[in-house]
Design a protein around this ligand. Structure first.
Ligand code: SAM
Length: 219
């Protein structure tokens, strides 16, 4: 698995023929995105795979034999990275379907359902070394609403992680810029040796996403 070189050629997309300027812009950004090209070339299911690779390169999150939970896993880019890094048990969940991957136990359900945590625990087969959340709700365009929805998912992911993580384990969750809100951060901080926010290079600059990375769970 390699990262793009940045020397890829640019293609122009015309608006018109019923295509709105905004969708032409989206299409242009998509087809000229070196991470999209590289993901396609390497058979990766999403450009998001590079974000996990980059975080792992920097913080050494994934080790062979680990038991990992992948929340918001579809279409499966992060699960592919986990397979490549030889994680032994991966329990993945998404509200959308996901094509099977070797070594990945997937359940399709809404993480906010009351029985989601128990169903996940049942397919994990033991405490986790790493809980990942790339969960992101459909955005409404209304900043405050989107932020609140995102924070609700992060809080649930943290609650789940605090129940299933082994001492020494790690929790990674997508949050919006401005970082994890005060209350939640003050719950998380004392439970880990290190807590930081990072924006991987492949995360689009115009996107307000950053990742909370909490390592060395104190139990
Ligand atoms: C950015 S995508 C994840 C990409 C994935 N990490 C990858 O590498 O392919 C975010 C995912 O969160 C999922 N999601 C959002 N809200 C959810 C919920 N309440 N329950 C389960 N999945 C949810 C979406 O369906 C979407 O697939």
């Amino acid at each position: 698995m390699r990262r793009p070189t940045g020397r890829e050629r640019t293609q122009r997309v015309k608006s018109g023929k019923g295509r709105k300027t905004s969708s032409a812009k989206w299409l242009s950004r998509h087809i000229n995105d070196p991470y999209v090209h590289e993901a396609n070339k390497q058979g990766l299911r999403s450009r998001a795979a590079f974000k996990l690779m980059e975080m792992d390169e920097r913080l050494k999150l994934i080790k062979p034999g680990m038991r990992v939970v992948d929340l918001g896993s579809a279409p499966g880019g992060w699960s592919q990275v986990l397979g490549h890094k030889k994680a032994a048990h991966v329990a993945a969940l998404d509200i959308l379907p996901m094509e099977p991957l070797p070594g990945v136990n997937f359940i399709q359900m809404d993480f906010t359902d009351d029985d989601a945590p128990e169903k996940l625990k049942a397919i994990m087969g033991g405490p986790a070394d790493l809980v990942l959340s790339d969960l992101s709700p459909n955005t409404t365009g209304h900043k405050r609403t989107d932020h609140l929805r995102m924070m609700a998912l992060v809080e649930m992911a943290w609650l789940f992680a605090s129940e299933v993580l082994k001492p020494g384990g790690a929790f990674v969750a997508k949050v919006f810029q401005g970082g994890t809100e005060g209350d939640l951060l003050s719950q998380i901080k004392p439970r880990f040796v290190t807590v930081k926010h990072i924006k991987p290079p492949s995360s689009r600059q115009e996107s307000s996403e950053v990742y909370l990375v909490a390592q060395n769970f104190k139990g």
